[in-house]
Ligand binder design. Structure first.
Ligand SMILES: N[C@@H](CCC(=O)N[C@@H](CS)C(=O)NCC(=O)O)C(=O)O
Length: 204
């Protein structure tokens, strides 16, 4: 069997966790490399794009960029629709999650506590509601983005919205997505998926 290694930080979050979940849901054995900050700083300059996650595939090399990793796993492991148009719609969802993260990033980096609080409250009431409505419109009958079968877009959305729903970000209420029943149902369906539950039980 082709050896695989997923490198990321030692935390069950964000771009690394969604790739680990995709590997696990696909039933692939992989080396789960978890880097300390020091180990990462020593390696950063030689990483393809200076960031994690990175997937190493025996006989091929490294893929960086979380969405490229998810697309690769999606196409090779049946976690994306076979139809190219539908697969592109799922890729759009992957990119929409990156839009959400990249919009929140400068807010999280604010050093003034009051300014950060105000910006997060504003983000929750404004951008997150628009984003949630856009994702809601992309989900068909559900529970997953592609219907009955789980895919990489569901895993990425789950990890991203799960942080908020778990109340993990100060000043953003855990019910921030309450106006979006399909998005909430997608999150709950991914959480209840046996392979996802198995992974989370081991790695939380
Ligand atoms: N567009 C990239 C962003 C990667 C990224 O920002 N990774 C963060 C962790 S989620 C990272 O490596 N931070 C440490 C650093 O930039 O040195 C992707 O989707 O993979």
């Amino acid at each position: 069997m082709t050896k695989l290694k997923l490198s990321y930080f030692d935390a069950p979050v964000s771009r690394g966790e969604e790739c680990r979940l995709a590997l696990h849901v696909a039933g692939l054995a992989f080396e789960d490399e978890r880097l300390s900050r020091d180990a990462w700083n020593a390696r950063k300059a030689s990483a393809p794009f200076g960031a994690l996650p990175i997937l190493w595939v025996e006989g091929k090399g490294e893929i960086a960029q979380s969405n490229a990793i998810l697309n690769y796993l999606g196409h090779t492991q049946g976690l994306l629709p076979k139809d190219p148009f539908e697969a592109a719609r799922h890729d759009a969802l992957l990119n929409a999650v990156e839009d959400l993260r990249n919009t929140l990033r400068p807010i999280n980096r604010l050093t003034d506590a009051e300014a950060k609080k105000a910006a997060r409250i504003d983000f929750a009431k404004g951008y997150m509601q628009e984003w949630g409505a856009q994702i809601e419109r992309q989900i068909g009958p559900g529970p997953f983005a592609g219907g009955a079968q789980i895919g990489v877009a569901d895993l990425k959305i789950f990890v991203a919205v799960g942080t908020f729903i778990a109340g993990g970000i100060d000043h953003i209420p855990a019910d921030v997505f309450k106006a979006f029943p399909k998005l909430t149902a997608l999150h709950d369906a991914v959480k209840a998926h046996p392979k996802v539950a198995e992974w989370r039980q081991k790695h939380r």
